[in-house]
Design a binder for this molecule. Sequence first.
Ligand code: PDD
Length: 281
Amino acid sequence: RVVYVNGRYVPYRDASVHVEDRGFQFADGVYEVCEVRNGRIIDESRHLARMRRSLKELSISFPMADAALRLVMGETLRRNRVRNGLVYLQVTRGAAKREFTFPDPDAVAPTLVVIARSVDPAIGEAVAQAGIRIVSVPENRWARVDIKTIGLLPNVLAKMAAKTAGAREAWFVDRDGFVTEGGSSNAWIIVGDALVTRHAEHGILRGVTRTTLLDLIAIEGLRFEERQFTIDEAKTAREAFVTSATTILTPVVQIDDTPVGDGKPGDIVLRLRQRFHDIAE
Ligand code: PDD
């Protein structure tokens, strides 16, 4: 196995970045996770566009042109013989003497890491067929969760709380009882015949899977409501599910101690999951 680090493909066990990398000291960096399916990177353009936006919001220079980065991603997949799995991109502001303020951009280069990993798609499919449990946790993240930064400690703690409770994902709930999103996914419910998810302008990451699902919802002529919903509404919803590059669409069958619907994966979410890769680019 090899990983790409700053212009070189190096053996996995030897790969390293500097101890004064600002990603390590300040979580001063961004990342993307893309699904790889049958050798294809799903929604690659949308992921690259979002990474560009994250970098711009943090005034980190983009390490290379999109076309070059696509080549690196493809080559990393090829060298690791990944046909199904994921590709992880991370860019940090680079290594510099520890100071809070940005180093001179002419004096540091951003650190770029690309890691590819095989994952058997049958695993995710089995999880989706069984459905997952969610625990609710208080929203305690910063206000710029629209930027996909590597500062993920609240997400780590939330997902750890979920795991301890025997659940697979945590949903952050704000002080007014509204669900923002999952620890590493967007949150959805189905009420009546409408698919409901929070508007992406506030308090969540604009998921690429969410965006592509909106395309699918339009193609299928389904009803969509972009609005916030409370954790109590979610518990009484007909169906609930999460979206992300790693889960695609995965049904939620229980929230805290309450079964969702009849406690089995919903028909609508399972059908949309089957259709998702027909329309994703
Ligand atoms: N997480 N919200 C959060 C907080 C996320 O971390 C993610 C993705 C999403 C869904 O975004 P997308 O559909 O573009 O994957 C929403 C990735 C998978 C991760 O951190 O592993």
